[in-house]
Design a protein around this ligand. Structure first.
Ligand SMILES: *Cc1c(COP(=O)(O)O)cnc(C)c1O
Length: 448
């Protein structure tokens, strides 16, 4: 890679303006740093290879960045995918991900979804005992190549963001194994089903400390050992440890690292890594977040109650979590001038607002930045996961174009389109534009 991610980003911002990808007519775009994504995939693979010889499938959680070219890039880098809906499975198939590299989780799989997954041979983790009963019928009806598992909730507690903590006492996910009678019921469910060969857990996302993640994995490993003892053999051959590595949104530093987490697992759950179990991981945010940047032009600047405000084209439609829950999801904002050069100058406390029509549409409040001017560019880094690929259609604002970029040794930047900007025709079509009379006709019918 050579260059640091921050210097690649500076070159890309300048080139985005130079090459006309960001302009008064197209005032917001998103960028993906292809080299950065490759580097994260390689770091993940080597981190686990350093602590275990067991086979490991690193299944990227598609929900983090549901973009077909991203899935294909990760597949080429040796990763698989974790999908949790028919839409995500369709994206994985469009990217050419083989069924053997695909894992289906989801707390609400329909019979049709389960049937399709089993017909394709995709690994399935059942969420609960009712779902196992559905699988009984499907497994009896037709042979399947799908490895089948059960998700458990080790109930080890919450991280700092409640909405993303999946291993609380009352989480909606998996079988809560500390509930009365639940552990016994899970062991029995396995003993009754020789085809059930995996355990799955996912302790949570952003905000869950590494030690708590490792504790959840440790509890799940202990249960696997117990089931195998009871079964008198290695019935459980694979443990899916989920994803959830937190991301540092405060600077360009990538911390914690996959290597730290892998070493922590090796120290705290050595038996899981000694080669008796295959592993599946399901990281999402930590693979993509640092490699995405939103760029938006400043349209106007003003002061209100003495506070300078820059009104930009990036707001709630791209940074939904940050706008609605700024305390949990702060994002950095970087200032560039109209040519895309880093803006220098005295730091001034200001608000950075989005384009949407509600007062809370702020990317940053009271942030110290060089004073922004109309035509300047703001960059919002760390938005490669759960941000610009998760468009929120407020005010019918269009989904922006997404460009992948690479930087060569001379600093020249090349772009490739990952997704085009949504057009006004598409917005109208998705809003029932082909049926303007649908409701009017219904009313006149009622009064006929
Ligand atoms: C969301 C999710 C993941 C990915 O979590 P990240 O925090 O993005 O790594 C993995 N597995 C399951 C089951 C999930 O729900």
């Amino acid at each position: 890679m050579g260059r640091m991610a921050s210097s690649r980003r500076d070159l890309a911002v300048r080139a985005t303006v130079d090459q006309g990808l960001l302009s008064p007519a197209e005032p917001v775009v998103a960028l993906l740093d292809t080299a950065g994504i490759r580097a994260s995939a390689a770091a993940l693979t080597s981190a686990f290879a350093a602590v275990t010889d067991a086979p490991v499938l690193h299944a990227f959680a598609v929900k983090a960045t549901p973009l077909v070219p991203v899935l294909r890039l990760l597949h080429e880098a040796g990763l698989g995918v974790e999908v949790a809906s028919p839409g995500e499975l369709a994206l994985a198939r469009a990217a050419g991900i083989p069924p053997a590299r695909t894992v289906l989780d989801s707390p609400a799989k329909t019979p049709a979804e389960l049937r399709q997954a089993l017909a394709l041979g995709i690994a399935v983790n059942a969420d609960n005992l009712q779902e196992l009963a559905r699988l009984d019928a499907l497994v009896a009806a037709a042979p399947t190549a799908s490895p089948l598992g059960l998700r458990v909730n080790p109930q080890v507690g919450a991280g700092s963001i409640g909405a993303l903590s999946t291993a609380t006492a009352t989480s909606k996910f998996g079988v809560a194994i500390r509930d009365e009678g639940a552990r016994k019921a899970v062991v029995r469910a396995f003993l009754e089903r020789p085809w059930l060969t995996r355990l799955h857990t996912h302790t949570g996302s952003q905000g869950v400390p590494l030690a708590l993640m490792a504790e959840g994995v440790g509890e799940t490993y202990a249960l696997a050992e117990e089931i195998n003892r009871e079964a008198g053999g290695q019935q459980i051959d694979t443990v899916d440890i989920g994803g959830g590595l937190p991301v540092n949104f405060a600077s360009d530093e990538e911390t914690p690292t996959y290597a730290e987490y892998a070493r922590l697992l090796a120290a705290t759950v050595p038996g899981l890594l000694d080669g008796r179990y295959g592993l599946v991981t399901e990281f999402g945010r930590s693979l993509l977040a640092k490699h995405g940047t939103v760029l938006a032009r400043v349209e106007y600047t003003k002061t209100s109650g003495g506070r300078p405000i820059a009104v930009t084209h990036a707001g709630v439609q791209l940074a939904t979590r940050t706008v609605y829950a700024p305390g949990s999801w702060p994002l950095r904002v970087l200032a560039y001038d109209a040519e895309g050069r880093p803006r220098t100058g005295d730091l001034t406390v200001q608000d950075v607002a989005g384009p949407a029509c509600f007062a809370g549409d702020l990317l940053a409040t009271g942030r110290e930045l060089p004073l922004l001017r109309p035509g300047d560019v703001v960059a919002v880094p760390d938005t490669g996961a759960y941000y610009f690929a998760h468009h929120y259609a407020y005010n019918s604002l269009p989904r922006p174009a997404i460009h992948g970029f690479t930087v060569d040794g001379d600093g020249a930047v090349s772009f490739t389109a990952v997704r085009g900007a949504q057009t006004l025709d598409e917005i109208v079509a998705e809003a029932g534009g082909a049926r303007p009379d649908a409701l009017v006709r219904q009313l006149s019918g009622a009064f006929r």
